[in-house]
Design a protein around this ligand. Structure first.
Ligand SMILES: [Ca+2]
Length: 310
């Protein structure tokens, strides 16, 4: 029955020390995440793991392999272990402790989705920034995340300067928001990666090899270029634009884009992307839009923005 070689056990102590990116044979499963799964989405099927001589992980893996729609699974560690076979990978929330956590496994084919973990970034200026990091081929630092609409992003200037939300759900970076992003990009975290998931659990990404913003006096003006990815480029339109909120209109429109489009962004007249727009809003241009993938009336289910050094 066993048609694939069982991986040796990866025992992970939460952080990146356990990551293994090589020596994975076809049809093996790679442990890519640990933590809690806040949302019940992207599920193909879910069931309890029966007592068996096979390990729980192996039972889940065998079942995932028999379904071509299955891209991986979560092994839920509650009072009773359960397999959750997945058609896509919704966000996990890293746990602070090793105990009481679930593990995510990905079919080895395709790109590694990387492991999320809590991290603190030490900048050369002495600043420290607490956020979530994602370690795959590269180590990315998240500056924004939308996953469930639990946090209001239609907020004023000082909120975006100070940061808001929670690492356990949705957030705009850290304790100092745009000031942190300015510090990061000034410290050479100038690669930006934007990942987006639609309501069918399909992920796309847009990556930029040049990204930085100016300081507060210059309204956190955006500089962005060097696109690559599969989501198309919906940021080039915003290159050179200042940041705007509904109470601080720095856009190119006669009206107030942040107010009209229910977000806060580097608006021009007005946008081709609106990743701080209103969660779930499918009115024209008001939701979490990425125009050159989904148009103006599709609000994405999940988004995250993250940076790294070149
Ligand atoms: Ca205006």
């Amino acid at each position: 029955m066993l048609t694939y070689k069982v991986l040796s056990v990866f025992y992970c102590l939460l952080l990146s020390t356990c990551l293994v990116f090589s020596a994975v044979v076809h049809n093996d499963f790679l442990n890519v995440q640990n933590g809690e799964i806040p949302l019940r989405s992207c599920i193909l099927s879910e069931y309890s793991v029966v007592n068996s001589t096979l390990s729980p992980r192996l039972q889940c893996g065998l079942n995932c392999n028999t379904d071509p729609g299955c891209v991986g699974f979560d092994l839920i560690e509650t009072e009773a272990r359960r397999c959750r076979l997945l058609v896509g990978f919704p966000a996990m929330i890293p746990t602070h402790t090793v105990s009481d956590q679930s593990a995510r496994y990905q079919k080895s084919a395709g790109n590694n989705i990387g492991m999320d973990y809590y991290c603190t970034i030490q900048l050369s200026s002495g600043f420290t920034i607490s956020t979530i990091c994602n370690q795959g081929i590269h180590d990315w630092k998240l500056i924004q995340r939308r996953i469930d609409g639990s946090v209001n992003f239609w907020r004023k200037w000082t909120d975006y300067e100070n940061g808001f939300g929670s690492r356990e759900s949705e957030f705009w970076l850290g304790k100092k928001g745009n000031r942190d992003i300015y510090e990061l990009t000034s410290d050479n975290f100038r690669y930006l990666r934007i990942e987006m998931m639609d309501h069918d659990c399909v992920w796309k990404y847009a990556e930029y090899s040049m990204f930085y913003i100016e300081d507060a006096a210059n309204k956190y003006r955006l500089h962005i270029g060097g696109y690559s990815g599969d989501a198309n480029d919906s940021m080039a339109f915003h290159n050179g634009m200042a940041f705007s909120t509904y109470d601080n209109d720095n856009d190119l429109a006669s009206g107030n884009c942040a107010f009209a489009r229910r977000g806060a962004w580097w608006y021009g007249n007005c946008h081709k992307s609106n990743l701080n727009g209103e969660y779930g809003n499918t009115d024209n241009s008001n939701g979490i839009n990425w125009f050159f993938w989904k148009g103006f009336t599709y609000s994405l289910k999940e988004v995250r923005m993250m940076v790294r050094k070149p």
